[in-house]
Design a protein around this ligand. Structure first.
Ligand SMILES: [Zn+2]
Length: 93
């Protein structure tokens, strides 16, 4: 059976005590440590340290390919809005 990494081991594998997504180094006013993020599968592979907002916002069960496609989709939306000047938040009158 695999053992859970200690926080100190997780910091070493992460390359330091920071969020592996946004890079923040402070854990916030409540003094929590960073989350030891792992793949949500039977393998439970350690992926890195995450701050609590990034951990909360990282969808479970999605692949890196899906996240890249979602990022491209968001970028495309910015381009479409710039090109057309149109938005979808105010109904046409
Ligand atoms: Zn973060």
């Amino acid at each position: 059976m695999l053992r859970r990494l200690s926080y100190e081991e997780a910091v070493r594998l992460n390359g330091g005590e920071f969020c592996a997504i946004c890079g923040r180094t402070d854990t916030g006013p409540d003094g929590k440590r960073f989350h030891r993020d792992g793949e949500h599968s039977e393998r439970g592979i350690f992926r890195g340290l995450l701050c609590w907002p990034c951990n909360r916002n990282l969808p479970k069960g999605v692949s890196a390919d899906w996240l890249r496609a979602a990022a491209d989709y968001l970028d495309r939306a910015e381009t479409l809005q710039s090109a057309t000047g149109a938005c979808n938040s105010t109904p046409d009158r």
